[in-house]
Design a protein around this ligand. Structure first.
Ligand SMILES: NC(=O)C1=CN([C@@H]2O[C@H](COP(=O)(O)OP(=O)(O)OC[C@H]3O[C@@H](n4cnc5c(N)ncnc54)[C@H](O)[C@@H]3O)[C@@H](O)[C@H]2O)C=CC1
Ligand SMILES: NCC(=O)COP(=O)(O)O
Length: 337
């Protein structure tokens, strides 16, 4: 079998009306100078050529038939493996008609990686509401990738979303759920399972020998002894105790408002946050341009830029590829044995 280091990363097209096609082209153009690992884009080659033209980007698309040909093609052109779907759309105008192609790109990236023909999965952003309108029943990539990776008949894998940059790693314990449902969905078991996966993968993939995990409280001031909410004492605190009883260096519940300043960040390797925005606001404030979304708990590496489809700027040639480039670098690093 080809060594992982020699395999290309499998990059999905993402939502075709978003900035994915444009930043893929820009990443490839920057990558030839910046030593980016080779990747293959799973997309409709005609869409990529047309979007590059409309964004004023000079790019040669190298249509390949096998991911094994990506590394050799990468120096000459952007390697694109056709999806078998024609994708016609206008930037900024998403349509459910392209949902099947968007999903096919994810399926193919996972299939190639699982078969040992790609080193890792890197995804461009999808617009969840567009896929939902076409009948997609998973909240986002994170949950869909876990579904694809679960062997038939086995209990579902628990995926964990982690947003990472050099200065901070954050994990939302509850992910894509309305805020009003967070208290009912947040259980001691969910926090413990998430903490275990984070500790295990920070050690195995990030090579942090004894990961320090800070657990944020749910309520202001971590509940202020029950005066500002009961969940911190009843749900979060027992989870921290259980993690500690397993030898995991967990602390908390800690007030979230003082968890993310520079001095506090030196005290932990990852912060477990109780809901989506508690985790994503600090990291996107610190590192919007180069934050990376990593899915933990899967049998393969998956990364993604931290941003979304940016419909407001799609097709204008102004989207930044930095976060995608950071995602490609991190995927390459994590996929190394
Ligand atoms: N991994 C994924 O698939 C993700 C998908 N999304 C999806 O993206 C859609 C739009 O979400 P929003 O909340 O509007 O977030 P967004 O990240 O798409 O856009 C927020 C703001 O940041 C700007 N922006 C985003 N990426 C940029 C880039 N690379 N360069 C320059 N400016 C950039 C946009 O123009 C916009 O003003 C939603 O449907 C959401 O579900 C959001 C986050 C991650
Ligand atoms: N806000 C983060 C996000 O939406 C990423 O979701 P996913 O599609 O990577 O699961």
């Amino acid at each position: 079998m080809t060594s992982l280091a020699a395999l290309p990363l499998a990059l999905t097209m993402g939502e075709p009306a978003g900035i994915g096609p444009e930043i893929a082209v820009k990443a490839w153009a920057a990558g030839r100078e910046a030593g980016l690992p080779a990747f293959v884009l799973l997309a409709d080659p005609a869409l990529i050529e047309q979007r590059a033209r409309s964004c004023g980007l000079a790019v040669q698309v190298a249509v390949i038939r096998r991911p094994e040909d990506a590394a050799a093609a990468f120096g000459e052109g952007l390697p694109v493996l056709p999806l078998g779907h024609t994708v016609a759309n206008r930037p900024g105008r998403p349509t459910a008609a392209t949902a099947a192609a968007t999903i096919a790109a994810i399926d193919q990236a996972v299939a190639l990686t699982s078969a040992g023909r790609a080193a890792a999965v890197v995804t461009n952003p999808i617009a969840k509401h567009v896929l939902y309108a076409a009948g997609f029943r998973h909240p986002g990539h994170t949950e869909y990738l876990a579904h694809l990776a679960t062997p038939a008949g086995a209990p579902p894998l628990r995926p964990v979303m982690m947003l990472w940059c050099d200065a901070l790693a954050v994990v939302p314990v509850t992910i894509h759920v309305p805020l009003r449902r967070v208290p009912e969905l947040l259980t001691t078991e969910l926090i413990v399972e998430t903490g275990r996966i984070v500790a295990r993968e920070l050690a195995a993939r990030f090579h942090i020998s004894t990961p320090r995990i800070a657990v944020a409280g749910l309520n202001p001031h971590a509940g202020e002894d029950g005066a500002l909410g009961t969940e911190d004492a009843a749900v979060v605190k027992p989870a921290v105790a259980l993690l500690r009883s397993e030898g995991i260096d967990a602390s908390g519940p800690l007030p979230a408002d003082t968890l993310f300043h520079a001095r506090a960040r030196r005290g932990y390797d990852a912060a477990l946050c109780m809901y989506h925005d508690q985790a994503l606001i600090p990291i996107k404030t610190l590192a919007f341009d180069d934050g990376v979304n990593v899915t933990l708990g899967l049998p393969f590496v998956r990364t993604s830029p931290d941003h979304g489809t940016a419909f407001d700027i799609a097709g204008r040639g102004v989207a930044r590829a930095d976060s995608l480039i950071a995602a490609l670098h991190l995927a390459h690093r994590l996929a190394r044995p």
